[in-house]
Design a protein around this ligand. Structure first.
Ligand SMILES: Nc1ncnc2c1ncn2[C@@H]1O[C@H](COP(=O)(O)OP(=O)(O)O)[C@@H](O)[C@H]1O
Ligand SMILES: [Mg+2]
Length: 325
């Protein structure tokens, strides 16, 4: 199972849109795909037509269960399309990052998701994790569980400056894993016709070099519509230019396999895991050093660091659901 975390602490940069439609495009190719919603706002459920009031257990309960995932972790999964299952989130997820209670009181608090996914590893070919717009325990769980991370970055105004900070923050978190975590920057909400956007796209590419993907997810009104109708783009507008963007993303990922660097969570003893309180040998930049200092001050990531407020719209009127497996 290849696990990709979709991560950026900025809200509204296209994490959920990328997660849903990347997962659906993989599933449409016949690949067994698991989409994990780690954002308490539950936008994956809304965007895939799963009625929130019918979600009884979600990822929060699974992460807290003993053993992680409970008796049968597949029970929480929703079948949202052929080959596509959703591990939904609920508002309970917000409580997991509370300073007292939740994950803060369990010893393996940053490895719970990795352990949960270990139990599902034979059931799926791909796992896509939609992260919350915060830098905290949930995002850290996602990075620890991932083989690689995709960082959606808007090519809009102020994007370049913002993206530097966003990427530095994610790099600082990834440095705590004690193993390499490939990061790919994915330009999103891109408007190729706008001069400014194209300049920014080029600047992002120059600034971040090889980590920037040679493709982008353009701004397509149909992606907003699809979310409003509770459908992935593969169902709402198959063959559309929006669909083509995700096909190109999937093609690129398939052509660039990532060596699975994450050890099974059960084998963490064999891994040179860096304790959260130590600093990596060479921080990439003064900004990273500053972040590390702030993380130490918030030992164990029990509080949010540099969290930015989510700004996204909520898709309206979920249209369909096939039921909880
Ligand atoms: N490529 C895109 N084209 C058009 N609208 C988009 C695109 N990506 C995201 N959006 C819209 O922008 C808003 C924020 O996107 P979302 O994926 O929810 O971001 P995030 O999960 O990072 O907060 C949503 O209303 C979404 O429908
Ligand atoms: Mg989101």
């Amino acid at each position: 199972m290849r696990t990709v975390a979709i991560v950026n602490q900025k809200g509204g940069c296209g994490k959920t849109t990328t997660s849903i439609n990347l997962a659906a495009t993989l599933a449409a190719r016949g690949l067994r795909t698991l989409l994990v919603d780690l954002d308490p706002q539950s936008h994956c459920a809304a965007g895939l037509g799963v009625p929130e009031d019918r979600i009884e257990t979600g990822i929060a309960e699974a992460l807290l269960a003993e053993p992680v995932g409970g008796e049968n972790p597949e029970r929480m999964l929703w079948e949202v399309a052929r080959n596509l299952r959703l591990a939904p989130s609920t508002v309970a997820l917000a409580g997991l990052e509370a300073a007292r209670g939740g994950l803060a009181i369990v010893a393996d608090r940053d490895a719970r998701l990795a352990k949960l996914l270990d139990r599902l590893v034979d059931r799926f070919d791909w796992c896509i994790i939609d992260c919350p717009p915060t830098i905290g325990l949930l995002t850290f769980n996602a990075l620890r569980a991932a083989d690689e991370a995709l960082v959606p970055v808007e090519t809009g105004y102020f994007a370049l400056k913002g993206s530097e900070r966003q990427v530095a923050t994610i790099e600082a978190m990834a440095a705590r894993l004690g193993r390499p975590l490939p990061l790919h920057i994915l330009p999103t909400l891109h408007r190729p016709d706008a001069k400014l956007a194209s300049d920014l796209h080029a600047a992002i590419q120059r600034r971040h070099g090889a980590t920037t993907l040679p493709l982008s997810i353009r701004e397509h009104e149909v992606l907003r519509e699809a979310a409003g109708f509770g459908q992935p783009i593969t169902e709402y507008a198959p063959g559309s230019p929006a669909c083509e963007d995700f096909v190109r993303l999937v093609d690129w990922l398939m052509e660039h396999p990532t060596a699975c660097t994450r050890a099974s969570a059960g084998n963490t003893i064999a891994m040179p895991v860096q304790p959260l309180a130590t600093e990596p040998a060479e921080p990439a930049s003064p900004r990273v050093a500053d972040l590390l200092a702030r993380m130490r001050a918030h030992a164990g990531f029990s509080a949010e660091i540099d969290a930015s407020a989510p700004t996204q719209d909520t898709p309206s009127e979920p249209a369909k659901a096939e039921g909880q497996a």
